[in-house]
Design a protein around this ligand. Sequence first.
Ligand SMILES: Nc1ncnc2c1ncn2[C@@H]1O[C@H](COP(=O)(O)OP(=O)(O)OP(=O)(O)O)[C@@H](O)[C@H]1O
Length: 448
Amino acid sequence: MATTLEMLWDSVLKKIHEAQYFDEQDFQVWIQKTTLFKIENDSAYVAYRSSITKAIMERQLALFEATLSEEWGNPVSLILIEQKEMEQMMPEVVVEQRTNTLLENKFNPNYTFENFIEGSSNKEAYAACFASCNQGSHPMFNPLMLFGNSGLGKTHLLHAVGNYLHAERPEAKVIYMYSGDFVSILIEAMKTKNIHGNTVDKVKEQLLDCDYFLIDDIQNLQHNSSQEVFFTVYNKLIEKGSQIIITSDIHPKELSNLQSRLISRFTSGLAINISKPGFETSKAILKKKLDGREDLVTDEVLDYLAMSYSSDVRDLEGKLNRLIFQSTLFNPDVIDLKFATEHLGKEPIVEQKNELTMKTIKRSVSQFYGLSISDLEGKSRLKAIMNARHICVYLSRELLHLPYMTIGKKLGKRDHKTIQSSYNRAKDLMQKDQAFEIAVHKIKEKLL
Ligand SMILES: Nc1ncnc2c1ncn2[C@@H]1O[C@H](COP(=O)(O)OP(=O)(O)OP(=O)(O)O)[C@@H](O)[C@H]1O
């Protein structure tokens, strides 16, 4: 059950979200993960996990304060605290609240059965997941295990089960967890054990209360003590007739990091492989993603994408997104095959994290913006390209401490004055333009 503070913060975030003050992705990635953990003496303490979140929120502090004050019914000022610091400050009750929050299910509303395109590569998995939502007390196939390469829709199907149950059988208690989060929850519970009693037991208790246990990417359950807890929970849930659905990106028998007693149990139910979608399925997925924007892209381009990139649906969607993004820069009448091959063809190769040089900075920046290195070095004054260039200059100064003249030479033979003003412009944008600041952080993160 959500606590008062959680509910309060949820409604603050909901209001801010609805008012669309932030870009959707930034909101989900940075802001949604904050926690309100204490209100004391007219001060509200909010914990953040990343300095980017802090930077974004500080910029709109007045907005957060006003919305929170309104929801709370009293004026409060907001204090932002790093998650780690908050954990040291929080009393036992907050530890429990936190665990509850982690066990709460937030299903992606786009990952539904309706939005999942069936084809021969995935129809068994789809049917088994759907059937598991409509069965009696003792499931026929338990556990249900979905395995297959990355990006083929396993997480989508788990969320579809969650969304379906939430809508059609709200009484069913569903827990969805990414296996890495399962490990973090347990490690955290183990750490706080001495101060706050055995919180591991509390986590187990909550898990055992569910009717559906959906665990994603089991291959990441590598921590030994977590496997012990998982083993106990797993056995008890099977005994009581709760449905367990597990996903893995490798065949269950190849899960070498897991104890063999777990592996043998996983294969005792029904294990289904999801393979890469065929041409027609891939094309239908692209059409579904375009949903109402079909005029942007010619059918020929969809054929080209479906033929070239269907081994990973995430990648397939990424290519379509890249083309749509590029079309906002270059404004073609329609994304046709010429445009598509030109722009996907010059996509930079993902850089290994090796020595940091201006070349690696240029590659990362161009990759981030979907540009080519020659766009960066060229003369275009399109805003997105100019910004990308400013970031190149800024990072070359900040990370490599290169003189303006050297940067200029390696960036389209520009003179030192141009580079100096580009650097100043970047510093200015870091203060004024949130999207720019986030781009810098994200690129820096990839480089370091
Ligand atoms: N058949 C499908 N119909 C519609 N969308 C799909 C389909 N298969 C995959 N997708 C989309 O592809 C993206 C990647 O899928 P998903 O995250 O479920 O992959 P995954 O198999 O869980 O990968 P990983 O092992 O890396 O976690 C998602 O946006 C998902 O909606």
